[in-house]
Design a binder for this molecule. Sequence first.
Ligand SMILES: *Cc1c(COP(=O)(O)O)cnc(C)c1O
Length: 402
Amino acid sequence: MKRKTGQDRSITSTWRPATVAVRGGTARSDFGETSEAIFLTSGYCYDNAEQAAARFRGEEKGMTYSRLQNPTVEMLEERLALMEGAEACRVSSSGMAAMSATLMSTLSAGDHLIAGRAAFGSCRVLVDTILPRFGVETTVVDGRDTDAWKRALRPNTRAVFLETPANPTLDIVDLRAVADIAHDAGALVIVDNAFASPILQRPLEMGADIVAHSATKLMDGQGRVLAGAVMGPEEWMEKTYLAFTRHTGPILSPFNAWVVLKSLETIDLRVRRACENALKVAQFLETRVPRVLYPGLASHPQHQLAMSQMQAGGTIIAMHVDGGRKQAHALLDALALIDISNNLGDSRSLMTHPASTTHASMTEAARLEMGIDEGMLRFSVGLEDAEDLIDDLAQALKAAGV
Ligand SMILES: *Cc1c(COP(=O)(O)O)cnc(C)c1O
């Protein structure tokens, strides 16, 4: 397959993010198709037996099997590597496949991991339950407290794992400070960047070593496919991540890779518009509900830090009503435009009650420690007109007696 003239890193890495999102990684076949092709094939044929042998020896570049390489998947990986400013990227079947493969390939029995307390529900299960089954020691800390990361260090701390902004409380972790603490102790810094996307935040530029994503969220951004991605140094990718995933196989289907490739063409527009909407909606909510958490509002306790790491406040708002679960559920049930859904990062605005859905499997004490009370709602702001979202919220707040 021929790469379009100019698709070499020395040129593409100088492109600005919006250009990379449209053109990065495009590789055209001999047909010269404009839009990236979908290669739905599990295997590849060779011109002769010696060519097959040379590919398996690694002496000739080329495809051998779609668990290992696929042209459509590689286009997406190259585009995402450029977007995060990484040497290498591998995509996976879901965000959790990316998170679990990153942690399981990096950590061995006897290693210690420190993770932020506020996190996506399944990430907490990985840290609290699954990794310890394999002999990995784990500690969770309040990610906002930079000293807590330092205090949790042990001689065998191999990595730190964090989300910022974190789900669903929108805690911000000081990326530069935590990266310095981890690096002084010889630990790797792994960041789940799903809530920000590379459009708003590039953790590798602030000291992170590895970035992992749920591409299901803002990258697809239209609620269609599950996908994940991991970006980091070429050497770690080859010797650590691929040494694990080549044989465990959490790969992305070429069709889903193609869907995400198409979505990335509009990610810059979508994320910026959703952030504008979120700010307008958060400003409205601030006048109506007891507590709103949105990193783009001056009232967010870590607003300054958030704005020093992110280009805008993001697309997720957390809010609290005083009447507990009953009032929170009443508000959800009164929504006419905004959907009740635990997904996020969609072009449609979606709202959920974390205590009874995404974080229902945790104990109440663990939820409260994270800041998730019964009156909390998480709002993923989409691409509708902000005025229509505000109208819907206004009538639902009234109906729920807020
Ligand atoms: C959704 C999400 C995940 C998991 O991704 P899936 O694609 O659902 O597997 C991990 N981390 C964060 C922050 C998420 O929002």
